[in-house]
Design a protein around this ligand. Sequence first.
Ligand SMILES: [Zn+2]
Length: 342
Amino acid sequence: MITVFSDKHRLRNAKTELYGGQLVAPFESPSRADIVLERVKSEKLGEVIEPQDFGIDPVLALHDAGFVEFLQNAWDEWSQTGFEGEAIPTCWPARRMSHRIPEFIEGKVGYYSMSSETSISKGTWEAADVSKDVALTGAELLLKRDQKGVFSLCRPPGHHAALDMFGGYCFLNNAAISAQWFRDNGIEKVCILDIDFHHGNGTQDIFYEREDVLYISLHGHPRDAFPHFSGYQDETGHNAGEGATFNWPMSPGTQFGKWCDCLKESLEKIESFETEIIVVSLGVDTFEKDPISFFKLKSGDFLSIGKLIAELELPTLFVMEGGYNINELGVNVVNVLQGFEG
Ligand SMILES: [Zn+2]
């Protein structure tokens, strides 16, 4: 399997994350991508290639133009104020408040975010922009070089990034941008299967009213898990998109047996949707030793996941999302890919 990777992910190297009331070193760190690449190489998964530059158009095909401009300029505007720390949102357009976009960067950071754990640091935009190229290069390889599966080793991740909001370590929605690129390049129906521990609120938000992109997510129940306000089972799509969103929220302590039953039902839904291509939002924070999650999957289970996805016999783009147990991150990610290859 080909892996698409860029060293430029290191440009996203924030110093701070707001966690448990403290500023800590971010769980979403550059070492994550490096450890996965190391495993890809040591297991001889296949060729590793650099991304091409797809420009801004595929981003603007989905994300709000004002949001994109905000991301491009946020660090400069923030640092020019004289603030000494990284840009962390502190004030939002909450219930019954005005939704007009402020002029001062402090207000804009709040307007264009969904949560406050994720800071915008120097280089964040540049890394996010290349991460989307990593995803799109994988998409193009899958389509034009007739591959069975391609691995886009994206960082920063993307599935929490909504139409016009960043958060949850995500800025541009790599999986959604790829799905849209497939649609714009002759694919009628695309499915995004999101197996990250967290609900992909951003991906759901982007496709919620569309019937051409099926979104299925298995995740920690929003009663107990981030992003807390999205991912309930009764969120099933709206207008034309009604029935094209499926959510499987699961409780703390969920073991592979129960999780796998939900995956198998998801795969049946994908089959009946008659999709031509699958994008897998590949997070392995479902792992039992993940520091910020609560499922109990074991390393060997990730092989089974890849094997089950392969049974669909559809071209599959794996887009890297979360997973924060650095020691076993590489093993777990590559297990999914090796399981898929058989
Ligand atoms: Zn996650």
